[in-house]
Design a protein around this ligand. Structure first.
Ligand code: HEC
Length: 318
């Protein structure tokens, strides 16, 4: 039996259709399903492939059996109808319709009657695919004109601003989850016990020589009082630890040795010293620091009128 309409073609098409369907319906987040569940998917697709091949074989076998039950005349008729490859007839018809060209034999109908040294011209119609595209672009242009120039729906500036705003939100979201990205401007006081105990470990490993284990101070200033040389509050303390103190005082820039997340932890730990009473407190140095974001209760109006800028970059003198 000849012409068993490209069974492998059908299998391939069905196989890829299943893959596409699975991508659409399996919820695998941002990743393609194949990357999210590789073994499962490969196993499943191998099974599907086997199944498709099996079906193709069975169909073929049934067809053969039925074919052999036919008489000679019926066999011929059957083969004749199979000859027309139905898969392609619709596509071919459509293609020809869209081209709209006359077949060679019919060119006589549209030939123009001038003749330049043997060169003659056909009066071809515009190809329908082109004409339809042209109409579509007119419709598009009308809708566009009315929407953007008559009703001023939105413009490129607005579109840009919306996208920037959305991106900014994403950055905020990202920074919240990525602890390592903190800097002196974004750092917040950490309160988790795990962060504080990590900060304690860092403090005891690096800082006690000058600040004492209880923060009472030695070579370095007392960290338990309200007085700060370089500014209090998480942002200033983070900045001091990260960038170091004034030149020649002995407080180095710890950003060489500590990661931003670790500096945030040790800074939070340092702020926990506030209000504790160390064994040998060093005399207060610097000014009492008032958080400009929580204005003193007695003078709320004044504090609001003259907000103190906590630009932590301004406190370093080196
Ligand atoms: C070699 C001694 C030394 C070590 C080690 C040291 N510091 Fe300091 N620290 C100082 C000195 C000195 C100052 C005062 C700097 C100045 O006056 O500019 C200071 C200032 C500070 C301040 C600011 C205090 C204020 O009043 O503004 C903080 C906060 C601080 N250190 C935290 C730390 C932390 C956290 C560590 C460990 C990671 C550390 N220090 C390690 C000597 C040290």
């Amino acid at each position: 039996m000849k012409n068993n309409t490209a069974w492998w073609l059908r299998i391939t098409v069905a196989f890829f259709a299943v893959i596409v369907l699975m991508e659409v319906y399996i919820d695998s987040g941002d990743q393609p399903a194949f990357l999210a569940y590789p073994t499962l998917m490969f196993g499943f697709m191998a099974l599907i492939l086997l199944l498709l091949i099996a079906i193709a074989f069975i169909v073929q076998a049934i067809e053969n059996v039925l074919y052999n039950t036919l008489d000679e005349e019926a066999k011929e008729r059957y083969l004749a109808t199979k000859e027309e490859k139905w898969e392609w007839t619709w596509g071919k018809k459509m293609y020809n319709k869209m081209l709209g060209s006359k077949p060679m034999e019919a060119e006589g109908e549209i030939i123009l009657d001038h003749n330049y040294d043997g060169i003659r011209e056909l009066d071809n119609k515009l190809p329908p695919w082109w004409v339809y595209l042209f109409y579509a672009s007119i419709v598009f242009a009308i809708i566009y004109l009315v929407r953007f120039h008559v009703f001023n729906d939105y413009n490129q500036t607005l579109e840009y601003e919306q996208e920037v705003a959305a991106a900014q939100l994403e950055i905020e979201e990202y920074k919240k989850t990525a602890k390592g990205l903190v800097d002196a401007n974004t750092v917040e006081l950490l309160t988790d016990a795990s962060d504080i105990s990590a900060g304690k470990g860092i403090f005891e490993g690096n800082c006690v020589a000058c600040h004492m284990a209880d923060g009472g101070g030695g070579i370095g200033p007392n960290l338990t009082d309200q007085n700060w040389i370089l500014g209090g509050g998480i942002k200033n303390v983070f900045h001091t630890i990260s960038e170091g103190g004034r030149d020649g005082k002995g407080m180095i820039a710890w950003k060489q040795n500590l990661k931003p997340a670790e500096i945030a932890q040790v800074a939070s730990y340092v702020l926990n010293f506030q209000g504790t009473t160390p064994a040998n407190p060093k005399a207060a140095e610097g000014d009492i620091w008032v958080d400009p974001n929580t204005p003193a209760q007695e003078t709320p109006v004044e504090a609001e009128a003259t907000p103190v800028v906590i630009d932590s970059a301004a406190v370093t003198m080196n």
